[in-house]
Design a protein around this ligand. Structure first.
Ligand code: CP
Length: 330
C-alpha cells in the first residue's frame, strides 16, 4: 500500500515573516489521521495539555495575535465550528465565519477551489467541512495556505479523532491495552473511521457493534487487520460490554440514508441507559462525538463514566494545539 504523504505548504512565501518554523506541523494541511504516527500524537497531546492549563489559568492569550482563520462549513456543525472559533479567539486570533454557505458566493455556483483561493487572500489558515469525501484534499491542492479537514462526508474527521484519543489519554491515562467498543452507525460515521485508524497505532482491541446494514466498512477492517489489530463484529452489545474500557457511541445519521425506511428500521437499534451502565466496568468511559438523538439516555449524563461532555471541552484544547502548531507557534 502506498504511504500517505500529506501535502505541505511549508514553502509558502505568503505566511508572515517571523513565525517559528520548528513545529513538525508548521504549514501543513491536516487532512487525514493517516498522516500521524505515535510520536506526532504525543507531541500534539503535550501541546493540548499545555493549552488546557493555559486556558484554565488565563483564559485567553496572544499566541496567534494577528492571525486569521477562515471557517468554511458546507454542512451543519455546532461543536467543530464553535470550538475552532473559540480556539482561535482564545489564542488571540480572529475568525472569518462562513457557516451558512448559501449566503456566500457558493450559492452563485462558485467552486470549492475558487472559494478557498478567495479565502486564503484574507486568512492564514482554512478549516473546511464539506459533504463530499476528499473535499479537503481537493481544497489543499488549490490552496497555498494550510487546510484543516473538519469532516468530509462519510470520509474522515481527523481533528475529532485527535480529540477523542486525547480524551482517552486524559481520562484513562493510557491507550495501550484498552478494549474499545464502537457502537451504532459504523458505516457512515466518519468519526469512527478516523478513530479506528488512529487507535491502530496502539496495542488495542476493537469491538464493532452495529446493525448489519451499518457495519464498519470492509476497507477499514482490512486496513486494521493488516496491522494485526484484533477486531470483532457483533450486532449485540451484551457480549462485549463487560470487557469494554471505552464505549464509543454514535448517532445513526438520518442525513446519510437515501432510503428513509431503512433509517427508520435501525434508528433506535441501541439506547444506552442506566441499566446498561450497571453492567459496565467501574473504571471505563462512555464517549460520543455528539450530537446525540436518543442513543444515550439523559439518565446517564450524571454518571462519572459519561465523558461525552468533557470530550467536547478536550476538543477546544486539541484544536488550539493544532492551530498553534500549523501556524508555527508551538
Ligand atoms: N462532533 C462533531 O463533529 O459535532 P458537530 O457536527 O456539531 O461539529
Amino acid at each position: 500500500m502506498a504511504t500517505y504523504i500529506p501535502p505541505t505548504h511549508t514553502e509558502n512565501p505568503y505566511l508572515p515573516f517571523g513565525d517559528q518554523r520548528g513545529s513538525p506541523f508548521y504549514g501543513r494541511d491536516i487532512l487525514s489521521v493517516k498522516q500521524f504516527d505515535r510520536k506526532d500524537l504525543e507531541y500534539i497531546f503535550g501541546v493540548a495539555h499545555e493549552m488546557r492549563e493555559m486556558v484554565q489559568r488565563v483564559g485567553t492569550f496572544d499566541l496567534l495575535k494577528g492571525k486569521i482563520l477562515a471557517s468554511l462549513f458546507y454542512e451543519p456543525s455546532t461543536r467543530t465550528s464553535s470550538s475552532f472559533t473559540s480556539a482561535m479567539e482564545r489564542l488571540g486570533g480572529s475568525v472569518i465565519p462562513i457557516n451558512e454557505v448559501r449566503y456566500s458566493s457558493v450559492s452563485k455556483g462558485e467552486s470549492l477551489p475558487d472559494t478557498v483561493r478567495t479565502l486564503e487572500c484574507y486568512a492564514d489558515i482554512i478549516v473546511l467541512r464539506h459533504p463530499e469525501v476528499g473535499a479537503s484534499a481537493l481544497a489543499a491542492q488549490f490552496a497555498r495556505k494550510p487546510i484543516i479537514n473538519a469532516g468530509d462526508g462519510i470520509g474522515e474527521h481527523p481533528t475529532q479523532a485527535l480529540l477523542d484519543l486525547f480524551t482517552i489519554v486524559e481520562e484513562l491515562g493510557e491507550v495501550d491495552g484498552l478494549v474499545v467498543t464502537m457502537l451504532g452507525d459504523l458505516k457512515y460515521g466518519r468519526t469512527v473511521h478516523s478513530l479506528a485508524r488512529l487507535l491502530s497505532l496502539y496495542n488495542v482491541r476493537l469491538n464493532y457493534v452495529s446493525p448489519a446494514i451499518l457495519r464498519m466498512p470492509e476497507d477499514i477492517f482490512s486496513e486494521l487487520d493488516e496491522k494485526s489489530i484484533q477486531q470483532a463484529e457483533s450486532d449485540k452489545l451484551d457480549g462485549v460490554l463487560v470487557e469494554t474500557d471505552v464505549l464509543y457511541v454514535t448517532r445513526v445519521q438520518r442525513e446519510r440514508f437515501a432510503d428513509q425506511a431503512e433509517y427508520e428500521s435501525v434508528k433506535d437499534a441501541y439506547v444506552i441507559g442506566a441499566d446498561t451502565m450497571s453492567q459496565a466496568k467501574e473504571r471505563m468511559i462512555v464517549m460520543h462525538p455528539l450530537p446525540r438523538v436518543g442513543e444515550i439516555s439523559m439518565e446517564v449524563d450524571d454518571d462519572p463514566r459519561a465523558a461525552y461532555f468533557r470530550q467536547m471541552e478536550y476538543g477546544l484544547y486539541v484544536r488550539m494545539a493544532l492551530l498553534a502548531m500549523v501556524l508555527g507557534k508551538a
